[in-house]
Design a protein around this ligand. Structure first.
Ligand code: S3P
Length: 185
């Protein structure tokens, strides 16, 4: 049986992608969803739909705390879905309650990339409110250091830095199919 078929036949809960901004969670997640014929949700997009404005404006108008509360609630709602793929915002797993729900109700994946690739990918980015300060590189380094212990609790870790989307996806599908076959859901 192909890895995709093993995964399709055995998957019983959502797959959650977590990791720093700039690691390709949304792109890899939507491509994985297409390969498996499953729905794809991006928690940031769902939060934006609820608020009627982009994440940057939610931070500006309501503040980060309100954004984090909405992020927690949104991810809990998305976790109630049948098998699907969920990309989460980079800060979501730093809330222990959100992380605990992700661990209990999904197969979790840490899309990891070395910090220099992340910095290069996000250079000049204007849509991430946390990177609009004087030293976005240092901010990214500090955030990664704080968040690594949370990301490291994922069931599966995949490095997304050096490979094409195609290769990263192949590694991810292999790891997921082994997980559902040998570890269970
Ligand atoms: C954030 C990451 C963003 C978004 C918000 C905050 C973070 O999502 O949720 O700007 O705290 O790392 P992506 O990881 O999809 O960029």
């Amino acid at each position: 049986m192909s890895e995709i078929d093993t995964l399709k036949n055995n998957l019983q809960k959502p797959i959650v992608l977590m990791g720093m901004m700039g690691t390709g969670k949304s792109h890899i997640g939507s491509t994985l969803a297409k390969s498996l014929g499953l729905p794809f949700y991006d928690s940031d997009r769902v939060i934006e739909e609820k608020a009627g404005c982009p994440v940057s404006e939610i931070f500006e108008i309501f503040g980060e705390e309100k954004f984090r509360a909405s992020e927690h609630k949104t991810i809990l709602e998305l976790l109630n879905n049948a098998p699907c793929i969920i990309a989460t915002g980079g800060g979501a797993p730093a809330n222990p309650d959100t992380l605990s729900a992700i661990k209990q109700q999904s197969i979790s994946v840490w899309l990891n990339a070395d910090i220099n690739s992340v910095i290069a990918r996000l250079s000049g980015n204007t849509t991430r409110p946390l990177l609009q300060g004087d030293n976005p590189e240092q901010t990214l380094k500090d955030l990664l250091q704080k968040r690594e212990p949370f990301y490291a609790q994922a069931d599966i870790e995949i490095n997304s830095a050096d490979d094409s989307v195609h290769k990263t996806l192949a590694k991810l599908i292999k790891a997921l199919s082994e997980h559902v076959e040998y570890v269970g859901n």
